[in-house]
Ligand binder design. Structure first.
Ligand code: GDP
Ligand code: FE
Ligand code: FE
Ligand code: FE
Length: 197
């Protein structure tokens, strides 16, 4: 197992895992372990720092089970965009939750924080680590939606092609379900799928 150097989080991997076990349900806890594993594989393949990938993969859903009031407090405390008030946990646990990872777990690395912030919606510009976390969340070995095998194949062939695949399929899903589309999700589509801006 990976031994943390202290560069990215002031905890050992074992201490971080204990905090995640406390913060999450058993099934969500097992998901974050699988995302860590997949992020680790994608990091090795793409020449990214495996310790950063491990920390980001483990922390990406840290805030997933927090009550709405915790997110509303952070939105107020940090004067975040009022647009967020029209959404809920699906958007908040990343877009707002990264600040709880910063404040409660002590992560200061901006690339790790951005990869948590953007793991649900993607973003117009995504670093290699951001792409890795976005994809690892989608293709971890517990996922079994139709198309996941193709998504895995595409992603291990070319990370950015995987980003485009997920972005297109998620937007199709949101539209088919009449769900509100967060503007950043559309920015991701325009940058990574349409590629014209
Ligand atoms: P999880 O936290 O591991 O379950 O996965 P994600 O963080 O990637 O996604 C959480 C939920 O957000 C999923 O159900 C997505 O379909 C949903 N989601 C992604 N983009 C948007 C969006 O733009 N608007 C809304 N309303 N939901 C979204
Ligand atoms: Fe998530
Ligand atoms: Fe995701
Ligand atoms: Fe997740």
């Amino acid at each position: 197992d990976l031994t943390y150097t202290g560069k990215y989080i002031p905890l050992s991997r074992e201490e971080l895992i204990q905090k995640l076990d406390d913060a999450l349900t058993q099934s969500r806890f097992e998901h974050v372990l699988r995302v860590e594993q997949m992020a680790f594989e994608l990091a090795k393949q793409n020449g990214e720092d495996v310790e950063k990938a491990s920390v980001a993969g483990l922390c990406h859903d840290y805030a997933k089970q927090r009550p709405d009031d915790d997110f509303l407090d952070v939105i107020k405390k940090y004067h975040l965009d009022d647009l967020l008030l029209h959404y809920g946990n699906a958007i908040w646990h990343g877009e707002v939750g990264y600040l709880l990872v910063q404040d409660e777990l002590g992560v200061t690395d901006i690339d790790i924080l951005n990869s948590i912030k953007h793991h649900t919606t993607g973003a117009k510009y995504m670093s290699k680590l951001e792409q890795i976390v976005y994809m690892a969340d989608y293709i971890e070995m517990g996922r079994d939606f139709p198309g996941v095998e193709e998504a895995r194949k595409i992603t291990f062939n070319d990370l950015a092609d995987g980003v485009a695949y997920q972005t297109k399929h998620t937007l199709e899903f949101l539209i088919s379900e009449n769900k509100p589309v967060y503007p950043k999700t559309i920015d991701t589509y325009n940058a990574w799928v349409n590629g014209s801006n």
